[in-house]
Design a protein around this ligand. Sequence first.
Ligand code: COA
Length: 171
Amino acid sequence: MPKPKSIKESITIMTEMVMPNDTNTLGNLMGGNLMRMMDIAGAITAQKHCNRIVVTASVDNVSFVNPIPLGNVVTLEGKITRAFTTSMEVVVNVFSENIPAGTKTKTNQAFLTFVAVDQTGRPIEVPEAIIETEEEKELYDSAQRRRELRLVLAGRLKPEEATALKSIFNL
Ligand SMILES: CC(C)(COP(=O)(O)OP(=O)(O)OC[C@H]1O[C@@H](n2cnc3c(N)ncnc32)[C@H](O)[C@@H]1OP(=O)(O)O)[C@@H](O)C(=O)NCCC(=O)NCCS
């Protein structure tokens, strides 16, 4: 069993400026490019937590609330919310910053699941995540419900076995 690790040890910050090649025809960052950046930031976070190769197992809902215009600076912050047996849930928050105007807004958030694998691609155990703050505790607790929901949607868990989900719906 790998040694537990605190969440702050793997926090990952990735920063990039939106350039013309990154944009859609309206001059805003293209959604697919942002998803790629979120996947990379999340994967680095997960790798730092487990010191292993990781693969993306799933990406939960990504909503594009505000466009990120050309010339703005995108900052992605990846943080482990919970480590299960071989998988880790990572939350990636995205901020858009207009440096000359002095404004910074949160534009997106997504939960991604990564699985640690060995050289042959077989899942391998990951360290537990040590909770140190109230915010980390809330994300840790809710991770069980998100896990059940995504495993039900992926056809990997029967709805009647989703016990944490049942409790919030009083079933
Ligand atoms: C993810 C992967 C390693 C799982 O392999 P598997 O043989 O199904 O392994 P298991 O059934 O033992 O599951 C391993 C872990 O993955 C998790 N998992 C599997 N599918 C999942 C999904 N759709 N969403 C979230 N987690 C998932 C399981 O819950 C389990 O987590 P746990 O050990 O913490 O409980 C395998 O499906 C894979 O390699 N997928 C392709 C990954 C990839 O190439 N990603 C890039 C896409 S281009």
